[in-house]
Design a protein around this ligand. Structure first.
Ligand SMILES: Cc1cc2nc3c(=O)[nH]c(=O)nc-3n(C[C@H](O)[C@H](O)[C@H](O)COP(=O)(O)OP(=O)(O)OC[C@H]3O[C@@H](n4cnc5c(N)ncnc54)[C@H](O)[C@@H]3O)c2cc1C
Ligand code: FES
Length: 276
């Protein structure tokens, strides 16, 4: 059992939980994830480690309540326990030796982008961060991001905060004005696709973090297969980071929608249960 020691509600849908998991906290590196199971009958869901403290023995996860399990997880409180927290899983991010980097986070993808920006900052890399949200009221992790970057740019779809429009508008401006040798993009699949198309023209190394449906998280079930450079890869053991210029985003999008009806039915059942 893994105890919840901190809880923060970051916006209406996004929650941060800090969990006591000393083994994971000592081993985990940016880019890796855990698989959490709330109780013995619960499903296993993958969540990226957004932050960790090896000395305190804690890891933090930040997640959007989108369906049955994430809604149940968001309802837990400090002092509650989750049955399992398995990890660290996946390969750590391979940053190389960049001189100047851009880290891009879209929506809750900022939670996954934050440890990347922090790691680059700690490596002494000059790092700019671009974040994109639908609207001002759902912006998360602004203070945290500002502390680990040289320049912070925010865009919103409706123009209520920062620049109106998409992260790719800012990206195009930055890469046409200065030389960057690494871009990391994490967020909705279309965002990662269009960031990768933008950087491909200039040949800038681009890393994306993929989020296919995962079941075992250990390379055994094949559930998380993705096509990268024409080859089949398992995101849980070969990723979740991949070369953004080689990913087949369209097949990833269609595979992720495969269980939509079952997921909606399950979420409805949770609603009925919560309403008595
Ligand atoms: C490596 C990895 C890291 C992730 N990190 C984060 C994170 O840090 N924060 C965050 O908010 N989300 C993260 N996700 C997505 C998160 O796992 C899903 O939102 C969660 O599993 C949804 O479960 P649910 O029961 O609440 O929703 P459901 O109603 O079951 O599903 C809602 C949507 O979530 C996705 N999903 C469902 N089950 C899974 C599964 N087993 N594996 C992957 N995706 C699934 C599907 O796209 C689905 O359409 C990550 C996914 C992967 C693969
Ligand atoms: S989740 Fe089963 S192979 Fe990756």
């Amino acid at each position: 059992m893994y105890k919840i020691t901190e809880k923060k509600v970051l916006n209406e849908q996004v929650t941060s939980l800090t969990i006591e998991a000393p083994f994971i906290a000592r081993k985990v590196k940016p880019g890796q994830f855990v698989i959490v199971r709330i109780d013995e009958k619960g499903e296993r869901i993958p969540l990226t480690v957004a932050d960790f403290d090896g000395e305190k023995g804690t890891v933090s996860i930040i997640f959007q309540a989108v369906g049955y399990t994430t809604k149940k997880l968001a309802a837990l409180s400090i002092g509650d326990f989750v049955a399992d927290c398995v990890g660290p899983l996946g390969l750590p991010t391979e940053f190389g030796n960049p001189k100047r980097a851009i880290v891009i986070g879209g929506g809750v993808g900022c939670a996954i982008a934050y440890p990347q920006a922090k790691a680059l900052h700690n490596m002494g890399v000059k790092t700019d961060v671009i974040v994109g949200f639908r609207s001002k009221n759902i912006v998360i992790l602004e203070d945290e991001m500002r502390k680990v970057c040289d320049n912070y740019y925010v865009t919103t779809d409706d123009g209520t905060y920062g620049e109106k429009g998409f992260v790719t508008n800012v990206l195009k401006r930055l890469i046409s004005a200065e030389k960057y040798d690494l871009v990391i993009a994490i967020g909705p699949i279309p965002m990662m696709k269009f960031v990768s198309l933008t950087t491909k023209e200039s040949g800038i190394k681009t890393i994306v973090s993929l989020n296919p449906i995962m079941i075992d998280g250990t390379g055994m079930c094949g559930g998380c297969r993705v096509t990268v450079g024409g080859e089949t890869k398992f995101a849980c053991v070969d990723g979740p980071d991949f070369d953004g210029h080689l990913v087949d985003y369209d097949s990833l999008m269609s595979r992720n929608g495969f269980y939509r009806e079952e997921e909606a039915e399950h979420a409805c059942r949770l609603g009925a249960y919560n309403n008595g």
